[in-house]
Design a protein around this ligand. Structure first.
Ligand SMILES: [Zn+2]
Length: 85
């Protein structure tokens, strides 16, 4: 499947992580396995724990399990997505 790298940036400008996105459509969840170069804690996570921006402390989403995989469910409108390639 074709994939592209997307950079997720908080509204405050903090670079959260890069993500290898597959398929088309809006990015509403990020599987942990596809997160690269993260500036937030992704190794030790708790399901349903909120994820906040380390810079402005705004909530950007929460950890969830989607189809058996750990993933971030993004809050709507709190994160900018920049397409890299
Ligand atoms: Zn922020």
């Amino acid at each position: 499947m074709k994939s592209k790298i997307v950079e997720l940036v908080c509204k405050c400008g903090f670079h959260l992580f890069k993500y290898r996105k597959t398929g088309s459509g809006t990015l509403i969840k990020c599987f942990r396995d596809n997160i690269i170069e993260s500036n937030i804690e992704i190794d030790e996570v708790e399901l349903l724990a909120k994820i906040v921006c380390p810079n402005c402390e705004k909530e950007i989403g929460y950890w969830n399990r989607i189809r058996g995989k750990i993933a971030i469910k993004l809050n709507n409108g709190t994160v900018e997505k920049i397409k890299i390639k």
